[in-house]
Design a protein. Structure first.
Lengths: 155, 155
DNA sequence: TGACATCGCGTGTTATAACACCTATAGTTC
DNA sequence: GAACTATAGGTGTTATAACACGCGATGTCA
């Protein structure tokens, strides 16, 4: 039973199991979509992870978030959120400062430049997602979101 | 309309579009699943990408494959397949040699040690995939595979 | 209140990814 | 057959990921 994925990866042997095929399908789809996002973000000097972190900080508002909170909200966990934020700082998109009673926390907040960059990217990314997935239509997209949520329940 | 994904990523704002939610769902699911795979592979000294490359070479059989062919079959494209194969060589899992009329090609072939490692990992990975996705059941898994294939058509 | 554990961050180091550039072989065209 | 182009590989460098460890701040408990 040759599938689309077989052709894409030029494989001849059948999958070992349906679970494996699903696993590879998810990984392959994510890789293709993320590659598209990386292409769009590159001219703006951002990686997908940096873009993700920046959006998290925008969502947090003026109060900002501490390092570990940012780390835990990232789509893919990174073991070194310190330097991820540090790079955003160097770009002038984020500021960090120790404030509050508990002097262990370092609050990271998005700057005006960061907000402006994200605002400019909103339309671009919306268009990208539409190009990448819009052809599925609402019904199938909802079904996909539902199935993926159920898939994540296993781990 | 708060979703499961909202809770996972501790987000409060609604998604900008259904396409964006689907995009994030796919990325998040892939990250969770790949993290599980990485954990399983780590004790064996392999990254998911290296494991993927090794499986490709097993599929190719005794003839092996040239560098670019391996690169193009990888789930996620890497721009430096040379050193990916080089590391597998250093581990003794792969051998490379220039052979054939066209002396530009470097054929990479899996070694006996590589085959033995993969054989040992087959059961482990099968069990992992079953744990991660088995609870979905055949019908939903097939639906998921189908939807993801359709999603990739856009790019 | 002093010892201890916990927590939040940062740093140092190594491995890998990412990008641009270079070499060698093979085919193409005049 | 000489110049040109395309293809397959490799190399050098920089940025980032991954991992282990250390430091200072806070909480806890004898």
């Amino acid at each position: 039973m040759p599938t689309t994925l077989h052709a894409e990866l030029r494989q001849r042997k059948p999958f070992a199991s349906l679970e494996q095929e699903a696993m590879l399908s998810i990984a392959r789809t994510a890789a293709v979509l993320e590659h598209g996002a990386a292409e769009v973000l590159k001219p703006h000097g951002l990686t997908p992870t940096q873009f993700n972190a920046l959006r998290i900080l925008r969502g947090a508002g003026a109060e900002g978030l501490c390092r570990n909170e940012v780390r835990d909200r990232l789509i893919a966990r990174v073991p070194d959120a310190t330097r991820l934020l540090e790079r955003l700082c160097e770009m002038g998109l984020v500021v960090r400062e120790r404030e509050g009673q508990d002097r262990r926390f370092v609050r990271a907040r998005i700057t005006r430049a960061g907000l402006e960059l994200l605002d400019a990217l909103d339309g671009v990314m919306l268009g990208l997602h539409r190009r990448q997935l819009g052809h599925l239509g609402e019904r199938k997209l909802r079904a996909l979101v539902e199935l993926l949520a159920e898939a994540r329940d296993g781990s």
